[in-house]
Design a protein around this ligand. Sequence first.
Ligand code: ADP
Ligand code: ZN
Length: 721
Amino acid sequence: MAAPLDKTLAYRVPAALAPAIRVGVRVRVPLGRRQATGYLLAVQEGKDDGLKEIAEILDREPLFSQELAAFYLRAADYYLYPPGEAVRTALPAGLSGRGTDVAVLRERIYLPLEQEGQPAGGRQREILDYVRRQGRATLTGIRGQFPSPYAPLARLVALGFVREDEAEKVRDPFLAAPVPADVPVEPSSDQAEALEAIEGALEAGGFAPFLLHGVTGSGKTEVYLRAIARAVALDRTALVLVPEIALTPQLVGRFRARFRDGGPVIAVLHSGLSDGERYDAWRAIARGEVSIVIGARSALFAPLANLGIIVVDEEHEASYKQGEGFRYNARDLALMRAQMSQATIVLGSATPAVTTCHRALEGQMGYLRLTGRVSERSLPAVELVDMRGEALTGALSSSLASALEGNLEKGEQSLLLLNRRGFSPYLLCADCGATFRCPNCEITLTYHQGARQLRCHYCDYHLTPPDLCPSCRGGAILPEGTGTERLEEELRGLFPQARIARMDRDTMGRKGAHGQLVSRMEAGEVDILVGTQMVAKGLDFPGVTLVGVVNADSTLNFPDFRCAERTFSLLTQVAGRAGRGEKAGRVLIQTYSPEHYALACAANHDYGDFFEQEIGFRQELGYPPFGYLANLVLAGNEAGKVQSAADTLALALSEMAGPVEVLGPAPCPLSRLRGKTRVQILLKSPQRPPLRRLLHRLAVMRHKVGAGVLLSIDVDPLDML
Ligand code: ADP
Ligand code: ZN
């Protein structure tokens, strides 16, 4: 049911609809006094006393199988999310209305007939050869090969050589993009060993989880490609999850290069697809026409049958976790799906999540290591720049500035990471110290100079900064701190001849902007690329030999127990961007806390040492993997109501908590967001079962938290802002 109900509902199938009823279709059913759209999750024989009737079936073909229905339900249960809403989240957008509200494109196709021999005309013969070779040729494809083919085609049909038909056209813009050349490589001994384990598991069948741990450039993608080729050869399908598909054009290109026309069919689910395109792709997958699905988080729910292998690339990435609504983690659900489908699953990372690595070390999954980079390319030398003694005029230390200058002189590319967009994080009145805050979220507004605006990065509230300070009427309002926009300006001042580009959410908004900038980088048309963590992800620029991190402390000082892990992984990732080509790379990290283990270990490329220190800290405090968490957030317009609802709930929970710790209620770190007051209660348990029991009892009372207060449950939270 696409309604926020905690349970599934049963309806009677009227005799007239019985022949068409199948799991996976949408139905119209009466619900109270209205009608609602529901998803058919199971069909059972039995007594139908008092059941209401299904009014209408909305789909001709099922949108998902029985097996997937079971998966969706288990996922909803795990995250305590209403099953109907969970299924709605899983299905492609644009399905909410009645019937197929998305137009299906049709195109003309030509199929060869049995008729022997050749037609007389030379053009007819060429086209016939082409159709026979293809087995099934689209008109678009024929027109791509032969100019004005209509007359010869009509002749071929009339002579009985080919038959004309219509087929559903799969709209995929990725098909229009040029495919790079595939580079055949001989697997290294590490790769061969990893492949032997994965392919062995594929051939044996059954659930088999692996962690594939190797630095960027160690050849993980090559392992995915070969493992998937094996799965496809065994007649099974493959699902590839990446953190953000728009930012990984190079990876998609490599898949398309390896599995070319005539090979297994690839569907790429990305955020650039229109609802219609997404729906087309979904149904092509459901019909079994697709062998490989590549996509971000939500591709996890794709209706692939006969799943052989799931790859989760960069499994540690926080973007696998949905932050609102159905707060699932695609990596964790991928493990659940692989288990239910008896499939192989490979979690790949240069910096595995501490929890994942712990599991692998405990023997709960195979641990495959790729040591070092392929073809003996060395890892870049990383230096920490201690900012405590620096006399700064801008954001750059003298060592980073001179390294940039040196690189410019050599004509080599540099990349700078600053995890903060905008010009400066806030405006400050130099006379009275007043700052500007968002009235909805109580955080400082970021100054964007290009747009001349103060903006809230949470709710998008914005205003034009006044010339005079609203508090003291003084005229000394100054930008404080540095964002990417200001860093770009500073660089232009320092290096007027350099070609500088910026990559962040403000400059990459336009469709195609990201791809264009990537191409310019690849073509060597940019000397210095400045950006937020976008520049650290998934890109491979062989020309980059210098990487600078402007402020490594920004992630380290987050109020979150995972901040060390995040910092280590971001620094390692961005450092991996240096020296991926022929020349060696160099990395400079500016920091006020060079002695922190997250920084020191990143500088030494030492994941093992980082893991040792971090796991000790987790164990001491009972954090994952030594404890299980759920975060309850209560939000509402009236602070008093929210607080008293939270107090009541915390008390009720404590009474039935058993071994589960009930922490709080306490204000969320973002205590006001989009005009709502937010209070949280954190549940922490040394084992999972008691926490699950408590959560199930909580789900039952969820609706009783009080009028005007909304409770959301976040199981295995990743960020607790
Ligand atoms: P990762 O996914 O770990 O970052 P890739 O699979 O992208 O690593 O490999 C990095 C580079 O090395 C790519 O350009 C790839 O084509 C190349 N490569 C991978 N495996 C080999 C190999 N066995 N021999 C030579 N080159 C390889
Ligand atoms: Zn705001």
